[in-house]
Design a protein around this ligand. Structure first.
Ligand code: HEM
Length: 217
């Protein structure tokens, strides 16, 4: 998958319906539900045994960057619009991308102690401020920042489309986030949470393989 280099201010593509996105190639990504046996909490792994986790089975991804920023657009079908938590059954819809902080990391466990990962996380109940997560294995996810990733979202015709945008380099966050350079080949994975299906945290649909993104020089 190529991230196209644009010579414009990426604020121009911050909206998911910005015209410039229509010229960018789409990567179709298949998603599967997380295996319940891999949930750290016994309550979750046994309490949800009869429910099919991973309601969203595909997401379309696009990527562009300029000299200083990277923007990722995700779009998926979702007949149920969830923007808040209600009781313990409905949660806000969400989506995230995952990067190894170094060259590689185990995807199935959200990284490991020696190969941690960085997620950019959008959630429908806080539509404008993405969260940056650091993880070094299951059960270790921590939010390291909620300002560096700008997000915008749009819900229309039973589809979500969102854009996540961040500076290529975040000074002072070495080791906590993925830093990007022009010309890099970067692994990226995807996750979508369907709020009406009780999905949150570790309960979600994800891409079981890394996709390689080349940041055009
Ligand atoms: C491949 C793409 C993936 C992405 C983008 C991703 C992203 C995230 C994010 C952003 C969170 C924090 C959620 C929140 O604060 O609401 C999280 C939590 C979690 N994820 Fe993932 N994840 C992925 C794959 C997986 C896989 C394959 C598993 C395997 C079971 C998993 C298990 C968990 C668990 C258990 C949590 C709960 C927090 C914790 O205990 O660390 N994730 N994930």
């Amino acid at each position: 998958m190529l991230s196209k280099k644009l010579n414009v201010d990426l604020a121009e593509v911050s909206k998911p319906d910005a015209a410039a996105w229509s010229a960018v190639a789409t990567q179709e990504v298949s998603l599967i539900g997380v295996p319940l046996g891999m949930q750290p909490s016994v309550y979750i792994s046994t309490g949800l045994a009869n429910r099919k986790i991973g309601a969203v089975s595909k997401v379309s991804a696009k990527c562009v960057h300029n000299e200083t920023e990277l923007a990722i657009r995700l779009e998926w079908e979702d007949p149920n619009y969830n923007i808040e938590q209600k009781d313990n059954t409905e949660f806000p819809d969400g989506a995230a991308v995952l990067f190894p902080i170094g060259d590689d990391a185990p995807l199935m466990t959200m990284g490991s102690e020696t190969q941690p990962v960085n997620a950019w996380h959008w959630r429908a109940d806080r539509p404008a401020s993405g969260r940056s997560n650091f993880a070094a294995g299951l059960g270790t996810t921590e939010v390291t920042d909620d300002k560096q990733i700008k997000t915008e979202s749009n819900y229309a015709n039973k589809r979500w489309s969102i854009v996540l945008r961040r500076a290529l380099q975040v000074p002072g966050q070495e080791g906590k986030v993925r830093q990007f350079n022009l010309g890099d080949t970067v692994k990226m994975a995807f996750a979508v949470w369907e709020g009406s299906n009780g999905e949150r945290g570790g309960l979600k649909a994800f891409s079981p393989q890394w996709y390689e993104i080349v940041l055009e020089k």
